[in-house]
Design a protein around this ligand. Structure first.
Ligand code: SF4
Ligand code: SF4
Length: 151
């Protein structure tokens, strides 16, 4: 392929494949951030496969055994191609469904129950209340204020 043509393809926002025009951001960039973060969590549910133009992160084993629905891979993906669907108290990611937990303060769904169990089991603690990040911040701000007033 001529250099000029190659450079045009690299600069363009989409590529033509047969009769399809595909947006480049839909392609995995093979940065492996999703794989690394999942490994960092000591889960290792995904590996890279199909190395080549169509590189993508994919499930290596039965997702029901490994993925905990933590969403870390979704958050780190710079191409925003790992998708999840959160709907009516249920999360779907990597073809696996998770029940979402409700915050005991505000009632909002905030994380997959499996993920919450995993985190607290690893930390070896049982919290008094299961609450979302927003309420946790309010709760700690309130307690800090009380503490400061006592001084
Ligand atoms: S959602 Fe699943 S695959 Fe993604 S980082 Fe969490 S455990 Fe790993
Ligand atoms: S899916 Fe996203 S995070 Fe994972 S390797 Fe591809 S571009 Fe990187």
């Amino acid at each position: 392929m001529k250099f000029k043509k190659l450079s045009k393809i690299l600069k363009s926002k989409s590529v033509i494949l047969g009769s399809h025009k595909l947006r480049k951001e839909k392609f995995c960039g093979s940065c492996k951030l999703c794989v690394k973060i999942c490994e960092e969590m000591s889960i290792g549910a995904i590996i890279m496969k199909n190395i080549g133009v169509f590189n993508k992160a994919d499930i290596v084993n039965d997702p029901s055994r490994q993925c905990i629905g933590c969403m870390m891979c979704v958050d780190v993906c710079p191409k925003n191609i790992i998708k999840n669907i959160d709907n009516a108290g249920e999360r779907e990611i990597w073809n696996k469904k998770f029940k979402l937990a409700r915050c005991e303060e505000c009632g909002e769904y905030y994380a997959a129950e499996e993920y919450i169990r995993y985190v607290y089991n690893r930390a070896g603690i049982i919290p008094d209340k299961f609450i979302c990040k927003k309420c946790k911040r309010k709760y700690s701000a309130k307690n800090t204020k009380k503490y400061v007033c006592k001084l």
